[in-house]
Structure formats: structure tokens, C-alpha cells
Design a binder for this molecule. Sequence first.
Ligand code: DON
Length: 317
Amino acid sequence: MTSSCRPSADDPAALSAALAGIVDRMCRDTDRGKVADYIPELACVDPRQFGLSICLCDGSQLNFGDAATPFSIQSVSKAFTLAVALGRFGEGLWRRVGREPSSNAFNSVVDLELEQGKPRNPFVNAGAIVVTDEIMAGRAPRDALAEILWFVRAAAGDNDIFIDESLARSEKVTGHRNWSLAHFLKSSGNLKHDCELSLGTYFHQCAIEMNCIQLARAGRFLAGLNAGDELVSSNHVRSINALMMTCGHYDGSGEFAYRVGFPGKSGVGGGIMAVVPGKASIAVWSPGLNRFGNSRLGTIALEELSLAAGWSVFSVD
Ligand code: DON
């Protein structure tokens, strides 16, 4: 397809038609991936659901399918906590966490041991636990959590966003892998608070519930779509987008960059927040996951959208 006949962000009607086709195909796909079952509450989510919402540079927003259905954002929250931590501590954060992609699963203990307790990046679980621990510095966990929730609500421009307490509590009881990561961090001198406090805060941030409409709005600051309302400095936006591109889908990040070609952050609830800098902020949700723990149909939908609109940042036409 040549660039002149592509649906573009400047032509919302054509883009809307292209997206309607993509969503229709996703809704009819019978291979929906596998819902996360290591968090008991997520195991019973219906995999037939699919939602997509997109905010464009003209201020419009297009919604499709189950865009208004709330879901657990899980690791998508790590993009927001990274923004909060960079805002509070700036480059000092990188003393405690790296900026390199990982080739093992998001909850790998092996990686952490190989790196002597410095997580490879802020998006693997160990790295996100360190980022949250840093946000907690000098205050009670509930105040750190309040700032995280404040940030997400401000980014979305919507106060109707809450934490699913029962999901957070159940992850605290069943999240043994995260407990082992937290204890390893503690033993390496890279966790300032008790494991219980840092993990409790981390589990709560993961249990934030949003729908695609809210999540697409919350991603606008990363796409540069809310000019004049500088929630995060442009330098930090550049850093977060670079990390979402290289690490946002864990050991599936190379595949995501190859197929989709713009930054995104996934969560095991099946959500992905993705941004096309200067053009669009997109939220897609389908609960079934691929082998990397990222939404299977969400990734395919973003790939189709990227191809249709020519939005890969690596495209030259
Ligand atoms: O810590 C966990 O395992 C979950 N609360 C979040 C993991 C996650 O979302 C990974 N993303 N695809």
C-alpha cells in the first residue's frame, strides 16, 4: 500500500473503517491465546472479549468492541510508575535498575542473580519492584500509592479509576515468584523497605482497573498529544518510549518491535498501551496471552494497524 492511500491520523474516517475491520477480525479469531492463571482472579476472565481505543492528534478518540469494559492493567502500570520515579529522582534511578532488554521471562529469578541484584530494566518484575520501592522513599506506602493513582488519573483526565483491592490481596497471597524476587533484591541491598511493604505497594499498582478508553487517554502524554499540559518532561517521555520499545514486552520485545514498530507496554491482564509519537495513543485489550505473557490478539491488532497506517517508526515510506 502506498503512503498516499493509507488511512492516516489526518483522516479519522478512513482510520475508523480500517480499525473496524481489524476489530471485526480479532473478534472472530478462534485462537485467542491463554489467559493468565497464576493470578487466580485473572484465570476466570472471558477470553472472547476484545476492546480497542485510540486517541488522535486532532483530539478525537475512536472506540471499538469492549473498549468500555474495565480490566486489570497489571504491568501496564509500570510505564506510569517509571514516569513518577523519573519525575522524583531523575537519572539517579539508574543506579538501582538497568536499561537493557531481557531474554528471560518477566518474572525471571535467574536474570536477577546473573546481574547481582540490579534488575535489567524497569519493566521486568524485579525492576518494577525497585522502581516502586524508590517511589516509596521517605513516606508511607499509602502515600506512594496515592501519588501513583493520582498520576494515572491526571494522565487519563478521569478520576473514576480505582484499585481492585481483592485482586491485590490475592496476588499478595499467591505471588510467590515476586516474593522470591523481593527477597533476592533485599539480600543484594537493592530494596530499601521491607519486602512486605514494597511488594504490597507493587501488587496494588498492578491491580489498578481501567478500560481501553481511559488507558488510551492516559497514554497521550507519551505520544505528545496533550501539549500545554506537561505532566512529564519531554526528556523523560523520550526515555520511557525508548524503554517501552526495547523492554516493554519483555523477551517478546524484539518480536513486537519487528511486527508493530512503535513503543508499547503490556500487562498479563491482556492490555497493551502503545504510542505512535506525535500521532496516536492506543489501548487494546484481549485477555488471552501469547507465550511471552503479552496479549495475543492485542499484538496482532497493533501489527495490522501499524501496517495499514504505515506507523512503524522504522518505516521509510
Ligand atoms: O507481578 C506480576 O506477575 C503481575 N502483577 C504483573 C506481571 C505482568 O503484567 C507481566 N506482563 N505481561
